[in-house]
Design a protein around this ligand. Sequence first.
Ligand SMILES: [Zn+2]
Length: 152
Amino acid sequence: MTHQQEAPWTCSVCGACAARWSTDPLPIEFREGTYYASGFTYEHCDACGESLVAAADIDRVQFAAVEAARADLGWLTSDDIHAMRHELGLRQSDLERQLGVGTGTVGRWERGTALQSRMADNFMRLLWAHPELCVDAGLIVREGRGPYRKRD
Ligand SMILES: [Zn+2]
């Protein structure tokens, strides 16, 4: 938030003198559609259409849009994912291995800075509703504890 000048000012993306502050809901695109983060002030260019969010706001903007998407899609929230993981006794890295997602992914879902895929959402719901799958199907890899089969 360093601009002090009157709008419009020069857009740092296209160079047109068409940049201004906006508080309109900010559209964020996901595979499942476009969802909006509300309540933020950001720079918007009326010439090129670019929106520039302050670095300090990026995670909060992403979180707001992720929460809007989850509410609309009926998917697990950050709190849900965290609660499920603790009920199943899994570390973030355990769940990442089971889902086949990269290191840090579950942390991003729990912080709400990334939206889980439909497949991951379905699979997490299945495990949460049927914790016996963790043992019976040998689905869950846990190293060094419990009667869980280790995947080779
Ligand atoms: Zn521009």
